[in-house]
Design a protein around this ligand. Structure first.
Ligand code: F6R
Length: 241
C-alpha cells in the first residue's frame, strides 16, 4: 500500500487526477471506476481542468460508478447519476453512453447487480477504481458486517451512514435506506485502487484501515491485501499515522 500525504485537499485532488490522467494517456480506452461524495470533488475538478487544457482525452474512456441509492430516480438532485453528470461527466469529453451507474429504479435488484458485474467484465475489468472511505470504514456501500460481500449487491445502509449522508437531503428521513453497491470482490478485482481521504474526522478510520486487522468489521481494511493501492491523504486525515 502506497501512502501519500498531501498538504491539503486541493493538492490531494490534483495528485489523484494526475494518476488517472497517466492511465488515460497510457491506455486511451481504459475503464475507470468512480465514486461520489465529498472526497472526490477536488479530484474531479482537476480532471476537468486537465481535459479543458487539452491534456487528457476521455472520448474513448468507459466508467463504472461504485453505487447508487435504491429507489432513487436518476434525475433527482441527490442521485449519484446527477452528481456524476454535474461534477464530472458534463465537464469532460466523455461519451454519456460510456458512463455506467447502477439503476436505482430497477424492479429486480439481483438481475441489475448481476448484469453490472457482466458489463464490467465485458468492458475488460476496471483499470483504476477511485474510492472514498466512510467513517465506519465502508467502501462503496459495503458496510461493516460479518463477511465481505463479493459481488455487486443490494445493501441496507446503517444509521451512521444515513446520518453522514443526511447533509445532502432536507432531513435524515429522506435518505434512502438501501443502496446498490459494487461488492468488496468487485472493488478488489480492479487492477489499481486510488483512495482519497481528507479531514481529521477520518483520521482514526484511516489508521485502522492501514494498521488494524483485516476484518469485515472495517471493510476498507481488505485493501491491505490488494497489490496496487495508493492512499492519498491530506495532513488532517494522516494525523494519526
Ligand atoms: C460514494 C461511496 C462512499 C463514499 C464514502 C465517503 O460513492 O461509495 O463509500 O466514498 O461514504 O463519503 P464522503 O466522501 O462524502 O465522506
Amino acid at each position: 500500500m502506497e501512502i501519500i500525504v498531501c498538504k491539503d485537499y486541493k493538492s490531494l485532488g490534483e495528485k489523484a487526477a494526475t494518476i488517472f490522467a497517466a492511465q488515460v494517456l497510457e491506455k486511451p480506452d481504459c475503464v475507470l471506476g468512480f465514486a461520489t461524495g465529498s472526497s472526490p470533488l477536488s479530484t474531479y475538478a482537476h480532471m476537468a481542468k486537465l481535459c479543458d487544457d487539452g491534456i487528457v482525452d476521455y472520448s474513448r474512456v468507459t466508467t463504472f460508478n461504485l453505487d447508487e441509492y435504491y429507489g432513487m430516480d436518476p434525475t433527482e438532485e441527490q442521485s449519484y447519476r446527477k452528481f456524476m453528470d454535474d461534477n464530472l461527466f458534463t465537464k469532460i469529453n466523455i461519451k454519456p453512453e460510456n458512463t455506467h451507474l447502477l439503476s436505482g429504479l430497477t424492479q429486480d435488484p439481483a438481475s441489475e447487480c448481476a448484469q453490472y458485474e457482466k458489463d464490467i467484465a465485458a468492458a475488460g475489468g476496471i483499470d483504476i477504481q477511485l474510492l472514498g472511505i466512510g467513517h465506519d470504514g465502508h467502501i462503496g456501500f459495503n458496510e461493516p458486517a460479518d463477511d465481505f460481500a463479493n459481488d455487486t449487491h443490494l445493501v441496507d445502509l446503517i444509521p451512521m451512514t444515513l446520518e453522514a449522508n443526511a447533509r445532502f437531503f432536507s432531513s435524515i428521513d429522506e435518505v434512502p435506506k438501501q443502496a446498490l453497491s459494487m461488492g468488496i470482490g468487485t472493488i478488489m478485482r480492479a487492477r489499481k485502487i486510488v483512495m482519497v481521504v481528507n479531514g481529521a474526522e477520518k483520521a482514526e478510520t484511516v489508521k485502522q484501515m492501514i494498521y488494524g486487522p483485516v476484518t469485515p468489521k472495517l471493510p476498507a481494511s481488505i485493501l491491505q491485501f490488494h497489490q496496487n493501492v495508493t492512499v492519498l491523504l491530506d495532513e488532517a486525515a494522516a494525523a494519526k499515522l
